[in-house]
Write a protein that binds this ligand. Sequence first.
Ligand SMILES: C[S@@+](CC[C@H](N)C(=O)[O-])C[C@H]1O[C@@H](n2cnc3c(N)ncnc32)[C@H](O)[C@@H]1O
Length: 454
Amino acid sequence: MLINTKIEQAQLCWQIGDWSSLVDLEHGEQPQLLLYVAAAWYQLGGIEKANGLLSGIELKGQEKDLARKLLISGVYNVLGKARACANQYQQAENLCRQSLQLDPPVSESVLNARVSEQFAQLGIPRLPDNVKPAVFSPDYGSFLQAANKLFSQEPAQQIAQAEYHQLKERFDDAIVNWQNVSGLLGSYTPQQHYDRLKDAYKSVKGFPLGSVEQETLRGDIDKHKLLSEIHKQLQPQFYFEIGVQTGKSLALAKCEALGIDPMPMLNQELPQTAKVITASSDAFFMKQADVLLSKSIDLCFIDGMHLFEYALRDFINVEKYAKPHSLIVIDDIFPGHPDQANRQRCTRAWTGDVWKVKAILEKYRPDLFIVAIDAYPTGLLLITALNPEDTILDANYHSIVDEYMAIDFVPNKIVERDKSISGKSELIKTILSFLHESKSKRLNPEEIRKNLVD
Ligand SMILES: C[S@@+](CC[C@H](N)C(=O)[O-])C[C@H]1O[C@@H](n2cnc3c(N)ncnc32)[C@H](O)[C@@H]1O
């Protein structure tokens, strides 16, 4: 194989786990190369060397994603090696494989090479048994505690903490850690983390309740009632939902419908026309959307991860498969108390900072038609006059996320639902009836918006 660039060479060494060659690589000041070399030093126990390489480098956009990927991959690799040292070969192999499964998939031969190389470095012969999923057994606690101390960098620390809490059956703490991992890994969050989060949700006895004020909820119409009205008036032909959970909102769709959730917990009877796929929205858009969204989306409900950058990515992706007259509804735009908007969940009612998506769309997409509704319990945002060709949000995604990540307070006007309209307002009916009639008219986004504003 021809190695074209230093970065490709570093990638190759990293995939195979050839840490010694990687630390010998001439790296200069190139941030991506420095990240790969530091990752190798971490694996070799050269933590000070790694920290030295990384001190003072400023990571931008995709480099931050790479740093997250390398860190998290490093944890799995070390966990794998620890298992191998404890003679738990199958689990060791599985964990070493997981360390490479954060990215678009690598080939089986690369996975094999990584496992063999890690075993060889430990002087352990590799066993060709069937690989079983890793099970974290109690004797593993001390290693996780050590890993927790060793990997002071997030998200590695969060994973170690999550596993440790899960081991100790402190499921509410584990949920917070797994959710923090999703906040740090973003679209890289692998399905196995959602699986662990689901395990924690299934075992938790109830999230600790905050004070009465902290748990305040408002709204003059129940969101499911309003969603049901929207379905009736809009009569969509294809409904798409991000965040299905029990299926309560998906069950409202009478048309062909598709719901996406990495950890669905269905307890509602769904119509035969509704389908649920177990996947995060990021994974779905990366791998399946082009095939499964062949019909354009008429109505979409975004109610997935309660972190603004997730909801923003969901909006960007959904708009690409929509028509100008399609309607996107976003949940959780109005926290009832500032603490509900914390990125790290500390109340039972939790909106996270999804309210920021409303602010972002108002600032960066004045061409959209947006209405905020005083729905119970945490508001709904209606968005139409969509433009599948628009690239503003996509092109500026990283800088927008940096800009809004820095905001760590909720403006009062958000908690007070300033400029929201009543869920019973006639205006909603007018909007829906106009959108329904527009279906056959092929209006462009500007015409849709102009008509609605008028
Ligand atoms: C509030 S619940 C959805 C409730 C549902 N829409 C309803 O009204 O009946 C949020 C759901 O989002 C899911 N979720 C979390 N992260 C997600 C992601 N990255 N992509 C899609 N769904 C996600 C969770 O598993 C959870 O089931």
